[in-house]
Design a binder for this molecule. Structure first.
Ligand code: ADP
Ligand code: MG
Length: 264
């Protein structure tokens, strides 16, 4: 009997069930006091262990993702941006597109919430403990061309093609040179082959993507072919949220000023 009592602890340790190990003594006491069934006791231990593991996975996923800041889909104000289809965003928020390997492309001028929505989808995936990686097009291109010079390209390519979801923000904001453009293309192709989902934000209409790919129209259209094959495109042609907020603040300020101003 003694043997099994000891094995309960060393066994949990060997199996790396550290939360179950930590709670074993108190759980056993509770079980005895509460007259739990054996199955109830086992379920209780496993529940604690599984929840702790999930929390750890979420934490690691959020760290791995390298989001510049955290935004949630729930924080998006649809009233402020009528160009955004709420039902479509809520459908994307189910993350089915990730399992289906679909690409999501947010297009529109600055400040309309493209990055917010992209991060929101990424955070939702990370909170399921799954792998997502956020980068901007220029960061991606710079890192890849550095890796190319240092003969580390295959490993970095693997890291970029493997996550369930890759978010490439700000495609088209800065011009890429030929090498950078071809490296970005390789990432897009690699993910296409693996049927992995990619979220892209861009201020450039597809017709201007030649510019994005260093004036190489053939490469641009090959990249678009792959991206658009299984994709959802959301054009957000609204006003900048920041400008709207500023204007609102400005109106408030002006009202207060006019209240303060002496009449007459
Ligand atoms: P874009 O990437 O299109 O340039 P951002 O997503 O960076 O725009 O949005 C700019 C800022 O405004 C961010 O802080 C974002 O959270 C906020 N924002 C934009 N649109 C909305 C919205 N409809 N509801 C809430 N916040 C928004
Ligand atoms: Mg942005």
């Amino acid at each position: 009997m003694r043997l099994y009592e000891e094995l309960a602890k060393t066994g949990l340790e060997d199996l790396k069930m550290m939360t179950a190990l930590e709670t074993l003594d108190t759980a056993s006491q509770e079980a005895a006091a509460g007259g739990w069934s054996y199955t109830h006791f086992l379920g209780y231990l496993l529940d604690g262990e599984l929840k702790a593991r999930h929390r750890l996975r979420v934490k690691m996923s959020l760290q791995f993702a390298r989001f510049p800041y955290l935004k949630r889909i729930e924080d998006f104000d649809y009233g402020a941006q009528p160009a955004v289809d709420r039902r479509l965003i809520e459908e994307l928020h189910t993350l089915r597109f990730v399992d289906e390997g679909r690409n999501i492309i947010f297009l529109g001028p600055p400040g309309v919430g493209k990055t917010h929505l992209a991060i929101g989808l990424g955070v939702a995936l990370a909170e399921e403990g799954r792998r997502v990686y956020f980068t901007t097009a220029i960061d991606l291109a710079t890192r890849l061309s550095k890796a190319l010079h240092e003969n580390r390209l295959p490993r970095i390519m693997k890291n970029l093609t493997r996550p369930k979801l890759l978010i490439i923000d700000e495609v088209g904001y800065l011009k890429l040179d030929k090498v950078q453009a071809s490296l970005l293309f390789q990432v897009i192709s690699g993910r296409y082959e693996l049927e992995s989902a990619t979220v892209i934000t861009s201020n450039k209409a597809f017709g201007e993507w030649g510019d994005v790919f260093a004036e190489d129209a053939v490469m641009a259209s090959a990249a678009l072919d792959r991206l658009l094959h299984r994709s959802t495109v959301l054009k957000i042609n609204g006003d900048s949220y920041r400008m709207m907020e500023k204007k609102k603040a400005g109106v408030k300020l002006a009202n207060e000023e006019s209240k303060k101003a002496p009449k007459g």
